[in-house]
Design a protein around this ligand. Structure first.
Ligand code: KIV
Length: 261
């Protein structure tokens, strides 16, 4: 039987110098494919607000939406660790709110949760409650309005602040930290200072692992992004298949006897 990936096993991977692979997924079919491809962890990201719902930000994502998509992913993946994002407004008001929200995501099928920003006290309480917790620093999309847009973080003097935040999250018990949109040399420096793994997105090759958003990776997002490599143009494949279906149905060449009873 294949051994399931856990939060502690990701920390061990860093100690062994093995790169860690995360991908986002939001439904059962995607989770199945990600598991078959051998990813270590699936992030049910609140990026679903962008790529599934079509909102310009992640701020409208609710805990109920996260629970729903975590359940979908759990039903498709058995080996990878499933990390569920705590959405905006589910942990910022108090430590108690964060722990309650964490319980909900774990009951939905997550094996760990992730939260954005400088909340070491919430991380500490979640870990005490038995919930493996991941941090997320650099550009944190839930704070897009505070940053004034989608901007690289930690340039110049801002770098020291990011290092301090990473150390605070590690000290609080986080098992890993996402580094999003930050200069590669800063991400490398943070990765070298921490004993827990860093997972980069737009943070260069010096991180202990990488995470990519499903739609960016597979060419399903109409807008190419600098931090993403499009490994396939699945959007074009789907469009071509649908176009052929439309044409054949209109011409009466589908269905044939093969599809009939
Ligand atoms: O929500 C998400 O997909 C994320 C990744 C971009 C790290 O948080």
């Amino acid at each position: 039987m294949r051994k399931s990936v856990t939060a502690p096993s990701l920390v061990e991977m860093k100690a062994r110098n093995e790169k860690i692979v995360f991908v986002t997924a939001y439904d059962v079919g995607a989770a199945r494919l990600a598991d078959e491809a051998g990813v270590d962890a699936i992030l049910v990201g609140d990026s679903l607000g962008n790529v599934i719902v079509g909102d310009p930000t992640t701020l409208g994502v609710s805990l109920a939406m996260m629970e729903h998509h975590i359940r979908c992913v759990r039903n498709g993946a058995s080996r990878p660790l499933i990390v569920g994002d705590l959405p905006f407004g589910s942990y910022g008001a108090s430590v108690e709110q964060g722990v309650e929200s964490g319980f909900r995501l774990m009951k939905a099928g997550a094996g760990a949760v992730k939260l954005e920003g400088d909340y070491p006290e919430v991380v500490k309480a979640l870990v005490k409650a038995g919930i493996p917790t991941m941090g997320h620093i650099g550009f944190t999309p839930q704070s897009v309005h505070k940053f004034g847009g989608f901007r690289v973080q930690g340039r110049g003097e801002g770098g020291a602040e990011q290092v301090e935040m990473a150390l605070r999250l590690q000290d609080a018990g986080a098992f890993s930290i996402v580094l999003e949109l930050m200069p590669s040399d800063l991400a490398q420096q943070i990765s070298e200072r921490l004993t827990i793994p860093t997972i980069g997105i737009g943070a260069g090759p010096g991180c202990d692992g990488q995470v990519q958003v499903w739609h960016d990776l597979l060419g399903l997002d109409p807008q190419p992004r600098k931090h993403a490599k499009r490994y396939a143009e699945v959007g074009s494949i789907i469009r071509d298949a649908l176009t052929q279906y439309v044409e054949e149905t209109r011409q009466g060449t589908f269905p044939t006897g093969d599809q009939s009873f």
